[in-house]
Ligand binder design. Structure first.
Ligand SMILES: N[C@@H](CCC(=O)N[C@@H](CS)C(=O)NCC(=O)O)C(=O)O
Length: 217
């Protein structure tokens, strides 16, 4: 198996947390020609990273699908709760990030890397949307915590951590606030998730990659 990966991608970071938490050593490679290239589309027709190339030549694209595939293929230690509602909550959190929370945050990134493009009205609109999403998210997290879907690390945490790595860094650069600062349940989750060794490792990787990216901007 081989994981097509890049250091700063939040989608790849989800998979790396899962690999580290499960103790899986799967070789990683940058996509040939970069994401979206013709060469890489020969491997993953969608052209995006991450993608997991299997030994029989087939490919599993899309981070959420890779996450479920790895759980099916390597069930222990499990990153899916066994209780049906907790598992549904975990899947809801993953879907919520992809469908509702990640797009407005993603839209802010170019304003950080290229200040000349900053549009105050557009930035304010994104902040407003993100405020709604963070408020919604606090009600979707498992109330008993401390992690996203209960006491142990799940795919929900793997998906949420990279989002909040950027959510705690990008808006403050643009005059926005840290979303964990004013939301106690979110703050408790954020505090707890960073204690997990697999998360701490990816935190360090993302920190280094972001430093290099912003240094090069
Ligand atoms: N829905 C995809 C999103 C992956 C994604 O957007 N990856 C970015 C890197 S962070 C990418 O490959 N962009 C290159 C492109 O769109 O051509 C997933 O969850 O895997």
């Amino acid at each position: 198996m081989k994981l097509y990966d890049a250091p700063l991608s939040p989608f790849c970071a989800r998979v790396r947390i899962q690999l580290y938490a499960k103790g899986l050593e799967i070789p990683r490679a940058e996509p040939p020609g970069g994401p979206g290239s013709d060469a890489y589309r020969e491997i993953n027709p969608i052209g995006k990273i991450p993608a997991l190339a299997l030994d029989d030549g087939s490919v599993v694209p899309e981070s959420s699908v890779i996450g479920e595939y790895l759980e099916d293929r390597f069930p222990e230690p499990s990153l899916r709760p066994s209780e049906p509602f907790a598992r549904a909550r975990m899947r809801l959190l993953c879907r919520f990030v992809d469908t509702y929370a990640e797009p407005p945050l993603h839209a802010l990134f170019p304003y950080v890397t290229d200040p000349s493009t900053r549009d105050p009205a557009a930035i304010a609109a994104r902040f407003e949307e993100l405020t709604t999403r963070y408020d919604q998210l606090t009600r979707l997290l498992a109330p008993e915590g401390p992690l996203a879907a209960g006491p142990t690390l799940t795919l929900g945490d793997c998906t949420l951590f990279p989002l909040f790595f950027f959510a705690t860094r990008i808006p403050p650069v643009l005059g926005g606030s840290d979303p964990t600062a004013s939301r106690p349940r979110l703050a408790a989750w954020w505090e707890a998730v960073q204690q997990h060794p697999a998360v701490a490792k990816v935190d360090a990787e993302l920190t280094q990659a972001l430093r290099e990216r912003l240094g090069a901007a």
